[in-house]
Design a binder for this molecule. Structure first.
Ligand code: SF4
Ligand code: SF4
Length: 229
């Protein structure tokens, strides 16, 4: 499982990302922001307490962040079909905690990444620091045209602070599977493998894009969504 440091580095390679919050009126809002530090507790963000972003973070208590980096923009062929060059997406969602000023000072004393927070606090005294302290997410590495490898996607999930890790992808109920192979034939992601000695097939969750083709193809009703098995 990816560490908090590795997740931070994924976001750092992207730079600024989309931060979505509950708006307190039954809707959601997003804006571009930035994680500036990490430690064992989580990822750190800052904003000013006069912004709606801050109010939504504190009142809603949560945030969902995602970003992407790719080798090139999407292009369109003569059939108006999109072609994506390889890239990586990262997303994380969870609970945030507001830090007291003395906590920020203590962290800055031990972690140079907090220099920017101290600088902002001096220049913009309404600056506040929050930590994404209980979270789960995923890095989604895509190569849909299989430029660099022989399958399209590779997903890696992570969590910290007490959040649970839910594996990616659909799954196969081994009790129902009759090992006909129809699902593997329907999967364009090379995500389904036969069992040993003619046994039940299995889905490699890290390659599964949850497209549903195997769900449609299975004559035995053996393909199940996660959590519904
Ligand atoms: S849902 Fe789609 S990608 Fe996932 S295993 Fe089934 S066919 Fe393959
Ligand atoms: S199509 Fe259904 S029964 Fe056939 S191998 Fe796949 S999961 Fe098993």
């Amino acid at each position: 499982m990816l560490s908090i440091k590795e997740v931070y580095e994924e976001f750092e390679k992207i730079g600024c990302c989309s931060f979505a919050t509950l708006d307190g009126r039954g809707g959601v809002e997003s804006r571009i922001a930035h994680f500036f530090a990490y430690d064992d507790e989580g990822l750190y963000l800052r904003t000013m307490d006069v912004k709606p972003f801050f109010r939504q973070l504190v009142e809603g208590g949560c945030v969902s962040v995602c970003g992407e980096r790719t080798e090139a923009p999407c292009t369109w062929d003569e059939d108006n079909m999109p072609h994506f060059m390889p890239g990586r997406m990262v997303r994380v969602s969870g609970r945030v905690r507001l830090l007291a000023p003395d906590e920020v000072s203590a962290k800055a004393a031990a972690n140079p990444q907090f220099n920017v927070a101290v600088y902002d606090l001096n220049k913009y005294p309404r600056t506040r620091v929050l930590v994404l302290c209980r979270a789960h997410g995923e890095v989604y590495d895509y190569d849909f045209n299989m430029v660099h490898r022989d399958h399209k996607i590779l997903r890696e999930r992570f969590c910290w602070g007490g959040d649970e890790l839910e594996p990616a992808g659909l799954s196969i109920d081994a009790e129902k599977c009759v090992a006909c192979g129809a699902c593997a034939g329907a999967c364009t992601h090379k995500a389904i493998v036969p069992g040993a000695d003619g046994g039940a097939y299995a889905i490699l969750g890290e390659r599964c894009d949850e497209c549903g083709n195997c769900f449609n193809a299975c004559p035995a009703g053996a393909v199940v969504q996660k959590g519904l098995a």
